[in-house]
Design a protein around this ligand. Structure first.
Ligand code: FES
Length: 266
């Protein structure tokens, strides 16, 4: 089926758009920021370097869970599932496909990358350059329907991130300790939970198909809470990209010896 202004039933307007505002700005900014993030994550995950601070048990979320023989023994709290990974293979290979699946199929990110990378469409009321449109009912976009299953995986991964944040309360002598890295990891994991829980699939799991909320007061409370977070899903999507980057970069700087971790306690 033809799409855009050439689609049947659409008003025949020769101009691509009648918008006069700067509608190109949003997709360009999104394209630039997402590209920078993907490039950073790619370099960090394949480098296999400076992702763990043994003394304070700071483990980068980009390399967690670390379950290969390539990881230092102190980082292998979940055991050794694999032998040595060859160079350039991400240490978090076990969860990476699910994390990527969760973000790529996210309703907000779809909007972001459809507009900025595929220009489908680049903005509201702007015709897309593609001549055909099959929606999300055919390969490969039919896989977008896996979002609800990736949500389940994301909950498990958030639990692992929470465990890492708790482990980061490790002091110099192995007892309790708090440093700037601990706080950064805690803030990151709280926001990761907020992003995960604000997912549209989560909202549907909690409140979907309920005919009468008055019969399920607890579900109604949970649904109201999730709905409030859901309204901030876009902001949480961007904030968590930033906190993931900051957490990983901070751990990288401490692990490499470029900076030392300011300690508030032990
Ligand atoms: S993670 Fe964005 S909609 Fe589910």
């Amino acid at each position: 089926m033809e799409s855009g202004t050439a689609a049947p039933g659409r008003a025949s307007i020769p101009a691509r758009t009648l918008r006069t505002d700067n509608w190109r700005k949003a997709p360009i900014v999104t394209f630039t920021l997402l590209s920078i993030w993907v490039l950073y994550a790619l370099v960090r995950t394949v480098s296999q370097r400076n992702y763990f601070v043994e003394q304070y048990h700071y483990l980068s979320p980009f390399s967690s869970p670390c379950v290969s023989a390539s990881c230092p023994s102190g980082a292998r709290d979940f055991g050794t599932w694999f032998g040595h990974f060859p160079p350039f293979v991400p240490l978090a290979l076990l969860v990476l496909p699910f994390l990527l699946g969760f973000r790529l199929t996210c309703y907000y990110y779809r909007r972001a990358y459809y507009r900025s990378f595929w220009q489908s469409p680049p903005a509201c009321a702007v015709a897309e350059p593609h001549q055909r449109y099959s929606g999300e009912t055919k390969f490969p976009l039919i896989f977008q329907n896996l979002q609800r299953y990736f949500f389940g995986a994301a909950v498990l991964i958030s639990l692992i991130n929470s465990y890492d944040a708790i482990r980061a309360f490790q002091g110099k002598d192995g007892g309790l300790g708090i440093g700037l890295g601990t706080l950064i990891m805690v803030v990151n994991v709280v926001l990761l939970w907020a992003y995960t829980v604000s997912c549209h699939s989560c909202r549907h799991i909690i409140g979907g198909r309920v005919r009468s909320f008055s019969r399920y007061p607890m579900r109604y409370k949970a649904w109201t809470f999730v709905s409030r977070l859901n309204a901030k899903h876009m902001q949480l999507a961007w904030t968590t990209l930033l906190t993931l980057m900051i957490t990983d970069a901070y751990i990288g700087l401490v692990a490499s010896g470029a900076i030392s971790d300011p300690r508030f306690y032990n």
